[in-house]
Design a binder for this molecule. Structure first.
Ligand code: G3I
Length: 353
C-alpha cells in the first residue's frame, strides 16, 4: 500500500520537475537573440522561494510591474522611495537578467498630489522633468530599457486628454519625456508602450506616425511596446500584427511584446488550456520571425499572482505556470517553439537601419 502512495506523490511532482528537466526558456531564447521575460513584484521575490527559483531559471529579463510607476516612486512631491524597485533590480542583477523599467509617464497610478494639481504649465513641466531625471539617473546603466510613456493614445488615434500630464502640459509632454529620459541615461533603450495597438488600426497608425515624426526630428526613441493582453478566443489577425511590426521595423525601431497574458473564462478546461497554448505559440512565432522584435515578455508568469482575475472578473489562468508553479501547455508550447533551430525560423527581411 505504501508504494501506491509513493506513486501518487510522484505523479504530483512530475509536472513541476518537467519544467526543470526541459531546457529553460532563457537558454533556448539566446539562440534566437530575443529576451524572454516576465513582469515581477518585490513581495513575491522576497517571500516566495519557488517564485524566485522559477523566475531565475526561465527568464532573462524582468519588467517592474508596479514598483517604478509614479505613485510608488514619488508618493509625495520631492520625496522618492525606491525600496521595491531596488529589490527587483538587485534580484535581476544577481541572476544576470536585464531590467525593463515600467513606466515613467502614465495617466494612471498617480499620487493625489499629481492627480489634483493646480500647476501652471511651467510648474508641471518641472515636476515631470524632475521625476524622470531623478528616477532614470538613479538607475543609470542598471535599467536596460524604459517604458518612457505608457498608453498615451485612445483607440481612435487621438491623444488621451484624461491625463494629468496632457491637461497640464499639452501634447508635447510625450516628446519632452523621451528627451529627459535620454539626457538622464543616454545608453538606456527608450520605448513607447501601449495596448490594443498590436494590429494595423487607428491606434497603431497614430503611434507609427508619432514614432516616424520623432525619428525625423531626432527625438530619442528606440522601440514600440505591444502589450498584448488578450483573451484565449481572441480575434487578432496574425497577418495584421506582422504588418504592424514590419512598419515599425521600417522606421528602424525595435518591438517588444511587453505584457502578454492570455486570459480564459474560469473554470478552465483542458481544451481551453490547449487553445491558450496555441495563442502563446502563435505570438512567439510572430516575434521570432521579426528581426526587430528583441523581447517577449509576459505580464507575470504564474497564475498565483496575476492582475487578471481582479480586473477581468470570471477570467484567469492567463500565464505559463499554474498556481503551484507547474508548467502549463502554454509553457510547453513556448519551449517547443524555442527548440526550433533559428535557421528554420522564416525571419522576414533583416532589420532596416
Ligand atoms: O500595494 C497595494 C496594497 O498595499 C493594498 O492593500 C492593495 C489594495 O488597495 O492595493 C495594492 O496596490 C495595487 C497594486 O496593483 C499592487 O498590487 C493597486 O491597488 C492596483 O491598482 C495595482 O494594479 C496594477 C495596475 O497596473 C494599476 O497600476 C496591476 O497590479 C498591474 O498589473 C497593472 O499593470 C498595467 C500596466 O502597468 C500597464 N498596462 C496594463 C497593465 C494591466 O492593467
Amino acid at each position: 500500500m505504501k508504494n501506491y502512495y509513493i506513486l501518487i506523490a510522484l505523479l504530483f511532482t512530475i509536472p513541476a520537475t518537467m519544467a526543470q528537466d526541459a531546457e529553460p526558456l532563457r537558454e533556448l531564447a539566446k539562440k534566437h537573440e530575443i529576451e524572454i521575460g516576465a513582469a515581477v513584484g518585490p513581495q513575491q521575490i522576497q517571500n516566495d522561494a519557488l517564485y524566485r527559483e522559477t523566475l531565475a531559471r526561465e527568464f532573462s529579463m524582468v519588467t517592474t510591474e508596479n514598483a517604478l510607476k509614479f505613485r510608488p516612486t514619488e508618493p509625495q512631491q520631492g520625496r522618492f522611495t525606491f525600496d521595491d524597485a531596488d529589490t527587483i533590480i538587485e534580484f535581476a542583477e544577481s541572476n544576470n537578467m536585464k531590467v525593463r523599467g515600467h513606466t515613467l509617464v502614465w495617466h494612471s497610478y498617480l499620487p493625489n498630489w499629481v492627480e489634483n494639481n493646480d500647476w501652471t504649465r511651467e510648474e508641471a513641466i518641472e515636476v515631470l522633468r524632475n521625476h524622470i531625471e531623478t528616477v532614470v539617473s538613479r538607475y543609470e546603466g542598471r535599467i536596460f530599457v524604459w517604458d518612457v510613456v505608457n498608453e498615451a493614445f485612445e483607440n481612435d488615434g487621438s491623444l488621451r486628454d484624461d491625463s494629468a500630464w496632457y491637461e497640464a502640459i499639452g501634447p508635447e509632454y510625450v516628446e519632452m519625456a523621451f528627451r529627459w529620459a535620454h539626457e538622464a541615461d543616454p545608453d538606456a533603450v527608450l520605448f513607447y508602450n501601449d495596448f490594443g495597438a498590436e494590429e494595423m488600426n487607428a491606434k497603431s497608425k497614430a503611434i507609427y506616425e508619432m514614432a516616424k515624426d520623432f525619428k525625423e526630428r531626432g527625438v530619442p526613441i528606440d522601440g514600440i511596446g505591444l502589450q498584448m493582453h488578450i483573451p484565449f478566443d481572441h480575434h487578432l489577425s496574425g497577418r495584421s500584427i506582422r504588418r504592424n511590426i514590419q512598419q515599425i521595423n521600417d522606421l528602424g525601431l525595435q518591438v517588444h511584446i511587453t505584457e502578454l497574458d492570455v486570459r480564459i473564462d474560469t473554470p478552465v478546461t483542458d481544451e481551453e488550456l490547449q487553445e491558450q497554448a496555441d495563442v502563446y505559440e502563435e505570438m512567439l512565432k510572430i516575434a521570432l520571425e521579426a528581426p526587430n522584435c528583441t523581447a517577449f515578455i509576459t505580464w507575470g508568469f504564474t497564475d498565483r499572482y496575476s492582475w487578471i482575475p481582479s480586473f477581468f472578473e470570471g477570467t484567469g489562468a492567463a500565464l505559463l505556470f499554474d498556481e503551484d508553479y507547474n508548467p502549463k501547455p502554454a509553457y510547453q508550447a513556448l519551449n517547443a517553439v524555442l527548440q526550433t533551430p533559428p535557421a528554420q525560423i522564416n525571419r522576414w527581411k533583416e532589420r532596416n537601419q
